[in-house]
Design a binder for this molecule. Sequence first.
Ligand code: SAM
Length: 364
Amino acid sequence: MASAPLISIAPPDALFARSPAAGLSEERLRDSHGRAITDLRVSVTDRCNYKCVYCRTGEEGVNFTELPIGQYLRMIRIFVSLGIEKVRITGGEPLLRAGLLDMVAELARMEPAFPGAGKLDIALTTNGHLLEPLAAPLKAAGLDRVTVSMDAVDPDAFARITRVPRSFDRVLAGVRAARDAGLGPVKVNCVLLRGFNDDQIERFAEFSRAEGVIVRFIEWMPLEEPSTAPGSRNWAPETVVPMDEIVSRLNNFRPLVDLAPNAASETARRFTFDDGIGEIGIIAPVSRPFCGHCSRVRLTSDGKLRTCLFSQSDHDLEKKMRQGQSDSEVAAYIRQVVFRKEARHHIGEPGFLKPSRNMVHIGG
Ligand code: SAM
């Protein structure tokens, strides 16, 4: 099930012997497995206005500190100087955060440090509840693309998942506003849980075709806040709806046609239908891990660097800044941490340990 372990190419000390000053952009950011790290996900809050049953307890979870937007921007600027080419703003729910438009406008002024990347790609992941009035201003500020999480196309099922009444219409309006504002191609992400929303697969296919959005099904990962609260779900392998099953269901709906990946690090397998209408992506971190191509690191809302969703620890960039370290000192620290990025996750293997934080407190 899991991919073979990757091979280490050099011990960390050897890397630093080659670049003792670890200046801002002398060498692009890589880990010890030879992977170039080009994608940064930044959580700007771990608060969320939804309580999705597979993610949160339904209670108010522990909230980590939020940093001033300027601090995220300083960190991002350093990451960009090291080779980051894509920045995705996430949370918690990022649209709850004041100052987001200014943040996007500042990001739009940044340029990738290494040749060939084009402009910095700026994306946002949101539950869409607050998106409708913000889509056009976000586009005007410089946002390129938006991904909206939506786990059902049936309004009642949707409200059962989010535990927020009448949430579906708000999100649908947000998806349409994003599409109309040119924040496309708009992606709609759906996490499938067996016996809960897996009856929505064919309806999502229809939704993609009717609304002109890319629907992506995501296998559920063990990243939920554990809970005994009514309605909450705790991860179990049999609850995951694997890629093969999704493909087979879609093929019965209408024949699928493979689409080429957009990039080597693409996490989704892409399909259209035999008439070319609609696009489906399937992201299968559980049944087909793609760690060998992982190009991502994450920054939590309280300024911790995480090198894998399943990391057992994080690395305190905010503290380095609070201690007065310069940009090049912080850059050297980032290089050192990223170099030790985990080879892969171990979901489904004996001895698997849940990470030190849940999805909502990392940034999805
Ligand atoms: N609030 C924003 C949103 O809803 O998109 C951003 C944060 S949310 C944690 C990001 C994404 O992670 C959502 O698409 C959500 O469905 C997904 N997610 C949450 N828990 C997950 C899990 N255990 N496995 C897979 N995806 C998960």
